[in-house]
Write a protein that binds this ligand. Sequence first.
Ligand SMILES: [Zn+2]
Length: 116
Amino acid sequence: MSEAVQKAIDEKFCSECGAIIKAKAEICPKCGVRQFGPPSNLGALAPNGKSKLAATLFAIFLGGFGIHKFYLGSIGWGIVYLLFCWTFVPAIIGFIEGILLLVMSESDFSRKYGST
Ligand SMILES: [Zn+2]
């Protein structure tokens, strides 16, 4: 009895009005609102120019030296990481922080680190 709304594989719901539109559509033909890109938009930058991808790579590969802390503006923590880099503990913490940055959404990253 109920008329279920079915969308094809190459279709998606509009992020604004919920209308079924083509998956590749950038602007909804129904309401004219621009669609958000895919969630794994690694190339995006926060309002202050910080890159989540860069921070993630710094944390994973150079986390032991606190490079990602310096990059994200936590200079004090960066120095702490640098002082204890010989213990390898910062490297492990940095790696975990890199994973957390990796799974963090762009909007969360911008909210947390993007402010100038
Ligand atoms: Zn729409």
